[in-house]
Design a binder for this molecule. Structure first.
Ligand code: NAD
Length: 430
């Protein structure tokens, strides 16, 4: 990484954490939040940093830096993803952990919020190395995670395979008698390892459902709406898949490697077939043309789904956005300043803590399924996920209308009031 990139990176990371604190402050003012609870929520409960050595394929040892930030657990065990990304640092993990606390609260789940991961670029390692890195990270975290304490899940550059390695490593450290009771230490596992049918599509399904309900309330349909997606990973692919099945037109996409456009529509399934064997890169796909990445967010469309990293919509591009709806598949894709511009321009933002909550809702059902020794069918699961998303969506919509506030503020009001109530009922020990 060169010096310029390092400086830009630091600025981006700082503002992601700043954004979440600013969102908390805004809500605290709006609901006159108990100042003692505000103090607690502005800080994290624990921030774990581990350095751990791993033997590489060439026999050399590399030392990695891993994080787990546990923000708050007043509503239940900590819950949140693990990300493998070179830009991940403690401030990212803190911001992302806080967003998880609000998200689980808004969804009405018995969970708190956490986030973590390893600062690395997985493209630089073989599958065997990634397995050893993941297992050694799990071992280094030890009993700082656990099925009733802190339950990780997939996030950027981690997937069901990563979760299977974590579950296996964690369970292997327990006595034979206890092993099976620890399967729900992670969610997002493969089906054969206690995974939930439908967990793979849960987040993208939630993004699609939020948009469907949003347009229904305006007396409009998804069919014929034109949209673009940033990020063609788990969230971006599944969101586009469900939307296109409903007749919406997917016509531009950007990932870490390329930006593609086809005015007549891009085939979601062909793009997946192209990207899968290329370590998920969309570059070189012949069903669309490359375009200037700088012009991506200003393309003429009905809605945009940012489904990659944080701080993608900022003062640098917000004013040029023509879409009237932003459905936040990613966590924190819009920074506070960018958001002000969008709101002034009459753009509705369906906020991350609502829009991408299908993932953690699916994770909750996987956890329950493991805890109760049950196996549910895909149909059962999708009905359960849909019910929860519909409830959260309606709560946010009605609060936004009642209070005359934007959707993010409405979502925060519901989430933080639930946490405030739990603190007021339980009090502060001792
Ligand atoms: P993923 O690793 O499967 O996909 C990430 C995608 O983002 C890839 O297509 C990658 O190329 C792209 N990307 C990375 N850097 C980029 C850049 N600078 N510009 C453009 N594209 C870039 O990850 P995912 O699980 O789909 O997660 C995507 C987002 O959704 C993250 O913000 C994550 O926190 C959030 N999220 C994920 C889940 C889940 O269940 N996986 C749940 C809730 C929220």
């Amino acid at each position: 990484m060169n010096d310029t990139a390092t400086i830009a990176d630091v600025q981006i990371k700082k503002s992601m954490y700043d954004n979440v604190l600013e969102q908390l402050s805004r809500t605290a003012e709006a609901i006159d939040l108990n100042p003692n609870i505000r103090k607690i929520l502005a800080l994290t409960n624990s921030e774990i940093i581990v350095y751990f050595p791993v033997k590489m394929d060439n026999g050399e040892v590399e030392v990695f830096k891993g994080y787990r930030v546990q923000h708050n657990n007043i509503l239940g065990p900590y819950k949140g993803g693990l990300r493998f990304h070179p830009s991940l640092d403690i401030n990212d993990a803190k911001a992302l952990a806080m967003w998880m606390t609000w998200k689980t609260s808004l969804a009405g789940l018995p969970y708190g919020g956490a986030k973590g991961g390893i600062q690395l670029n997985p493209r630089n390692y073989s599958v065997d190395e990634l397995e050893r890195i993941t297992r050694r990270f799990t071992y280094a975290l030890g009993d700082n995670i656990g099925p009733e304490l802190d339950i990780p899940a997939p996030d950027v550059n981690t997937n069901e395979q990563t979760m299977a390695w974590i579950a296996d490593t964690y369970m292997s450290t327990k006595s034979p008698l206890e092993r099976s009771n620890n399967k729900h230490v992670v969610t997002g596992k493969p089906l054969g390892t206690g995974g939930l049918a439908g967990r793979d599509r849960a987040t993208g399904f939630g993004v699609y459902l939020s948009l469907k309900m949003f347009y229904q309330h305006r007396g409009e349909e998804l069919s014929g709406k034109r949209f673009i997606v940033q990020g063609f990973g788990n969230v971006g692919y599944w969101a586009a898949h469900f939307l296109v099945n409903e007749g919406a037109v997917f016509y531009a996409v950007q990932d870490a490697h390329a930006t593609l456009i086809n005015e007549n529509g891009i085939s979601v399934e062909d793009l997946l077939d192209h990207s899968k064997p290329r370590l998920n890169s969309i570059k070189g796909f012949d069903g669309a043309e490359e375009m200037d990445p700088e012009n991506f967010f200003s393309l003429d469309c009905d809605f945009i789904i940012p489904a990659a990293l944080g701080n993608q919509i900022t003062t640098g591009n917000a004013a040029a956005i023509k879409a009237k709806v932003i459905a936040e598949g990613a966590n924190g894709p819009t920074d506070s300043e960018g958001e002000k511009i969008l709101l002034e321009n009459g753009v509705t933002i369906i906020p991350d803590i609502l829009c991408n909550s299908g993932g953690v809702i699916g994770s909750y059902f996987e956890w329950l399924q493991n805890r109760n020794g049950e196996i549910w069918s895909l149909d059962e699961v999708m009905v359960k996920i849909e019910k929860k998303i519909r409830e959260a969506f309606e709560n946010v919509r009605l609060t936004a209308e009642d209070k005359g506030v934007d959707w993010r503020t409405a979502a925060y009001i519901i989430a933080i009031k639930r946490i405030e109530m739990a603190y007021e009922q339980r009090g502060i020990f001792p």
